[in-house]
Design a protein around this ligand. Structure first.
Ligand code: FPP
Length: 300
């Protein structure tokens, strides 16, 4: 259970407070995940080198994190570095991003503590340079006692590989259990069926995000309408908000605007909307023929 923390909404800027006052505080999402995109285009528009776009993007991260913490958003997850970025970007850009991440963590841990923000990570983080892993661990330990927003950075992250890793760990835990019981995997599955041993809940429990609620809202900057291998399992019912704004221009106020848009959506989770008054009880065998539907439409 999250401890309740004193409200910090009075720390919002005047412009942010204006939007915040229009929000329903009961409907602040539990978890917002952001695909930060457009650093390169931001730099290109100014005839600057790409790395300056990333540097500016790191500034945006801190602005957004602090606004999130002021409205007491419980979970904020940022797609900071994908497996594909690691494999497909030039070595110089990858090593610049690593340096930037390290500087960001070292330079902002105090601010994280001032804002009661806890740092966490998801991804194949063991594939990152050791020096970066050490800094990541240091930052998460330094902020571990904080009880406000959990900022999770997705680093060397790919959703398909996360699902593969989860499946491997699920199967490995079954093999280990069979071993402990001194029986074969087949024997174990005679006692408990495969259906009961591998289901959605067990797979979720083996994802990197096992300890987090699924995102309610995914924000993507820079106008691209794709998910780019980000939290594919977890965003099954998330609302998606795409803005043309490039990440280095994104600020806390834009997070609040995305939440405002989110609050206007009707979430159905595969069910029917609240306004649906049609009753189908007892009519499950009463399929209309195409002719009768056409006749009904013609009657207007
Ligand atoms: C996309 O821009 C963004 C990234 C590749 C990574 C995001 C990195 C940051 C925001 C900076 C550092 C982050 C932290 C946490 C310190 P792009 O290069 O794909 O932009 P483009 O599509 O316009 O080329």
């Amino acid at each position: 259970m999250r401890q309740s923390v004193p409200s910090r909404v009075h720390e919002l800027s005047a412009e942010e407070a204006l939007i915040y006052r229009q929000l329903d505080p009961q409907k602040i999402p539990q978890h917002v995940a952001i695909i930060m995109d457009g650093n390169g285009r931001w730099a290109g528009k100014r005839a600057l080198k790409r790395f300056l776009g990333h540097q500016q993007g790191a500034e945006s991260v801190q602005f957004v994190v602090e606004t999130a913490s002021r409205i007491d958003l419980p979970w904020l997850t940022l797609y900071a570095f994908s497996l594909e970025n690691n494999l497909r970007r030039p070595k110089a850009e990858v090593s610049f991003l690593m340096k930037l991440l390290k500087n960001y963590l070292v330079g902002n841990v105090k601010r994280m503590n001032d804002n009661n923000v806890r740092m966490a990570y998801i991804g194949r983080t063991t594939g990152l340079p050791n020096e970066i892993q050490d800094t990541m661990q240091w930052a998460s330990e330094e902020t571990a006692k904080n009880t406000g927003t959990t900022l999770t950075l997705a680093l060397n992250y790919g959703s398909r590989s996360e699902i593969v890793d989860a499946t491997r760990s699920l199967v490995q835990s079954l093999i280990d259990e069979a071993h402990t019981r001194g029986c074969s995997l087949e024997d174990l599955l005679q006692v408990d069926s495969l259906d009961s041993r591998i289901d959605e809940a067990q797979l979720s429990a083996n994802l990197y995000t096992a300890h987090m609620p699924d995102p309610d809202l995914v924000v993507r900057t820079s106008g691209e309408q794709r998910i780019s291998n980000f939290l594919l399992w977890q965003i099954a019912y998330a609302e998606i908000f795409v803005t043309d704004r490039l990440w280095p221009d994104f600020r806390g106020i834009h997070l609040l605007e995305a939440i405002q848009n989110f609050q206007q959506r009707e979430r159905r989770f595969g069910g029917l909307g609240e306004g649906t008054d049609e009753h189908l009880e007892g009519r499950d065998d009463a399929l209309e023929t195409p002719e009768s539907i056409a006749a009904e439409l013609a009657r207007g």
